[in-house]
Design a protein around this ligand. Structure first.
Ligand code: ZN
Length: 228
């Protein structure tokens, strides 16, 4: 059993201005993991959702929309719209994701579960969320056995990033779309790549009151198509 924590970093830097559609941006980086099953089942620990923020249904719908962004390869570029995978919500769970407060050592992410908790800073960066992949080698492929995602509980999230009163909140669908990219086997692109690519890190501003990353750019789609 191996675990491979991945993080979407918010260091508050990066260029400002429009994200664009990313249809000329082909950058992608593949993890060595891939999902073998046709349908990926996922759960939420509803009891961990931040109070006074989003309802259980709003979070569930945002996560489902984020999954659909991948399973339907939602993109503005006219590229292929499927790669033969689907997802299914398997219900609530009282379990906690295997991601530790300080991700990395000791993670056993075997629940296919998304939850919220305080995430300590690690490295030089603060992070919104961490995806942990439990992979197993099978005939040369590192097959995803399960994957958990832990979201920072103290973040101010929104499902309406275009609202005038968004107040710098993080679009949870955009954030989840990035994290689910890791579940399907895509790695982070470091800063310097197009901010329109869902898998680019280091630009938290892109998902604050901005839904641009809730659809994929060209490199994101090419990465998935290369893997499946
Ligand atoms: Zn990431």
């Amino acid at each position: 059993m191996e675990s491979d924590g991945q993080a979407f970093a918010d260091d508050g830097s990066g260029v400002t201005g429009g994200v664009g559609d990313g249809c000329n941006e082909e950058s992608r980086k593949l993890l060595n993991t891939k999902v073998k099953e046709e349908t990926f089942n996922w759960r939420i620990n509803f009891s961990t959702i931040p109070e006074n923020n989003l309802s259980n249904t709003e979070v569930q719908d945002a996560f489902q929309a984020a999954h659909t962004n991948w399973t339907h390869l939602q993109n503005p570029c006219g590229l292929s719209d499927t790669f033969g995978k689907s997802v299914s919500f398997a219900g609530g769970s009282d379990a906690n994701s295997g991601v530790q407060n300080t991700p990395g050592v000791g993670d056993i992410c075997n629940h296919d579960l998304y939850d919220f908790i305080s995430l300590n800073s690690f490295g030089a960066l603060d992070n919104y969320a961490v995806t942990c992949i439990n992979g197993k080698l099978d005939q040369g492929d590192n097959i995803v056995q399960s994957a958990d995602v832990k979201y920072r509980q103290s973040t101010n999230y929104t499902i309406r990033p275009g609202d005038p009163d968004c107040n710098n909140a993080v679009d949870i669908e955009s954030l989840a779309t990035h994290e689910f990219g890791h579940v399907w086997g895509l790695d982070d692109l470091i800063q310097g790549h197009s901010p329109a690519l869902t898998m680019t890190t280091g630009g938290g501003y892109r998902i604050r009151c901005n839904s641009a990353l809730s659809s994929l750019a060209k490199g994101d789609v090419l990465g998935i198509k290369a893997k499946y």
